[in-house]
Design a protein around this ligand. Sequence first.
Ligand code: MV4
Length: 454
Amino acid sequence: MFKKVLIANRGEIALRVVRVCKQFGIKTVAVYSTADRDSLHVRFADEAVCIGPPNSRESYLKIPRIIAAAEITGADAIHPGYGFLAENAAFAEICDSSGITFIGPTPEMIRAMGDKAVAKETMKNAGVPVVPGSEGVVKTAGEGLEIARAIGLPVIIKAVAGGGGRGMRIVREDSEFETAFKIAQHEAEQGFNNPDVYIEKYVDQPRHVEIQVFGDRHGNVIHFGERDCSVQRRHQKLIEEAPSPVVDDELRTRMGEAAVRGCKSVNYLNAGTVEFLVDKDRNFYFMEMNTRIQVEHPVTEQVTGHDLIKLQFRVAAGERLPKKKIVPRGHAIECRVNAEDPAAGFRPSPGRIKDFHIPGGFGVRVDTHAYTDYVVPPYYDSLIAKLIVYAQTREGAIQKMAGALEEFVIEGIKTTVPFHRQVMADERFRSGKFDTSFLDTFQFHAGQEGEGPA
Ligand code: MV4
């Protein structure tokens, strides 16, 4: 096992990784920007290195500074968390060539899955169901229109360098195609320095269901079942749960086996997530693969009993994956608590937390770096806590979540807590019969609690 690990991240995930290191007896090195001096990941790590100003381009994304911090402190591995450099192939490569283990997939896998057209082709070749569409990149609008007509409208044009909902365009009429295609290429060029796009049949009102996978250095790939992440707003997940209300044992086996087949075909290493669209008839199609540990990994931990961050360390150090079949039990839900105002279009609400009281009890987990008097900086993503509950049934989990949300006190800033209270009371959410458009029509009512502190 590693002796000293540098955590190239901040916030709750940095703290989560520090805690795992302590369980292994691994020394920890935190890196931080000047905005994060008073952060808990800094306080609880054995050593801390300031790597620059608040702007993440000059700190958490600055590869030479992070490598320098690892070399100065003698770290033998780096955990990237999620976001920042977690899916940066060049960073993983530089770690390798510096003799530092990158706790994650290989640079080649990060690169292959980062190109959405290559990822799709790879999965298709391995026999994973994909949405009908173009074979790879489509270069001209004329060519694109022919393909769109052949597969039937509506279609969706996606940037190969996009992902997570960025760089997509839906086309419902022949007459709109040419303009949409050119805009999509232009936006892809502007946004990702790569104009390449591909075309797929548009799946109407899908659910977002993703399979957690892991690969080890001995050629084994296993899955940990699914998470349902259909409660999203503008491609930002707000609530995740495991198992999915639409996935039964039979579908879980098929989706899990498909994900494992796809990952085995590339000898996948470490944690990954295979995202699927599930349509109304419960057909599933590969969408994207994320080559990192994800924000929502705790719901999988709660239903499987496996610490996935620990497992990342073990497989990075060369250990084998568990042999015993992984069977999800019970039900877990995660609500993302963001420093955002749900009454104002989820506008960021940074600032000082004047009072912070977290809920507790059996099956209640809070992953957070926040505390009373903590100042939420305006420079980074607005996640300040993840509230995760576990119960035997979905109804029980919703009930437990509602109670925990009642107890969650965060004063001084606006948060998504009042929003989550209302979702837990919503009939459509409670029935489990919703899709990715759920939040398009959900009406948040700013009540007294939505007005913020008196
Ligand atoms: C789609 C789709 C419908 N049909 N592809 C959005 C994020 C990115 N991972 C791919 N996305 C979609 N791809 C086809 N062929 C609908 C979406 C989509 C979506 C997917 C998951 C969760 C929320 C979503 C919201 C809007 C669109």
